[in-house]
Design a protein around this ligand. Structure first.
Ligand code: BTN
Length: 257
């Protein structure tokens, strides 16, 4: 009987020799993003994957804590060394959200992306992404709820997992490899074929047509989301009919219909 609660290196190697060689596994670390940064600074090549069963200080965006009970999720960080202009690095967040959503398709889910890169299933968050850039590398941190069955009651946003959506336990190794393959192929398009990313992302955009409120550094803005612009910006239609392109927001809330 397969034990879904433990990472199985043999299963990983059998499924994909090449990827399994690039994965560095930690039973426990503070944060895979921090560990990936440390390794990148020490010269680690691109596409090393730091995977942890336990994170003692797993981080989300806006200083939030990322919870993932051991044995149930994927907490990983991928080191990238983009060979394209830094101006385009923000696109990596969109490419990652799309890659995760596409990986989930293979498990029968219909996943959407909440701009820029949360992944939702059935209007609940299944995956959080934390992209952090340094001088010559980028760390893509991904937390995906795979076999989580219960979430802490104090969580702000409703959450879900593959297990809760499908009704059965899923092999984390299969999910991880599917995710890495989709990530590799979408990252390859970031600089030269971003229109392919946009074309796949737009129909999956959870907020398009919805009334939303954005928290921005200078105050809040409300309007209707009109999709994603050519540079990956959120298009917000104001009451006046004017459309603003938003490149970054601290938080986005769906407003009651
Ligand atoms: C968010 O939704 O706020 C982003 C959550 C990102 C969590 C992942 S888990 C792996 C990686 N290591 C971290 O400390 N954070 C990211």
């Amino acid at each position: 009987m397969r034990n879904f609660e433990e990472w199985d290196g043999a299963v990983l190697a059998e499924l994909d020799q090449e990827w399994s060689k690039r994965i560095i596994f930690y039973e426990t670390c503070a944060s895979t993003n921090d560990e990936a940064r440390r390794l990148a600074k020490a010269g680690s090549p691109a596409w090393r994957v730091i995977l942890a069963e336990n994170q003692t200080t797993g981080r989300g965006r806006r200083g939030q804590v990322w919870h993932c009970p051991p044995g149930t999720g994927i907490a990983m960080s991928v080191i990238l060394r983009p060979d394209f202009s830094r101006n385009l690095w923000a696109r990596l967040a969109l490419a990652t959200g799309l890659a995760v959503a596409e990986a989930l398709d293979h498990f029968g889910l219909s996943a959407e992306v909440k701009w820029p890169n949360d992944v939702w299933v059935d209007r609940k968050k299944i995956c959080g992404i934390l992209v952090e850039a340094e001088d010559d590398f980028v760390i893509i941190g991904i937390g995906l709820n795979v076999n989580v069955s219960v979430f802490p009651s104090e969580m702000v946003d409703p959450a879900t997992s593959l297990f809760l959506e499908i009704g059965e336990l899923v092999g984390r190794e299969e999910v991880l490899l599917m995710l890495l393959r989709r990530l590799e192929s979408r990252v390859a398009q970031v600089a030269n074929d971003f229109s392919a990313i946009l074309a796949a992302l737009r129909p999956r955009c959870a907020l398009t047509g919805k009334r939303i409120e954005l928290e921005l550094p200078l105050g809040n803005l409300s309007g209707t989301m009109r999709g994603i612009g050519e540079n990956g910006e959120l298009l917000l239609e104001m009451e006046s009919g004017e459309i603003l392109g938003i490149l970054q927001a601290d938080r986005i809330r769906l407003k009651a219909e």
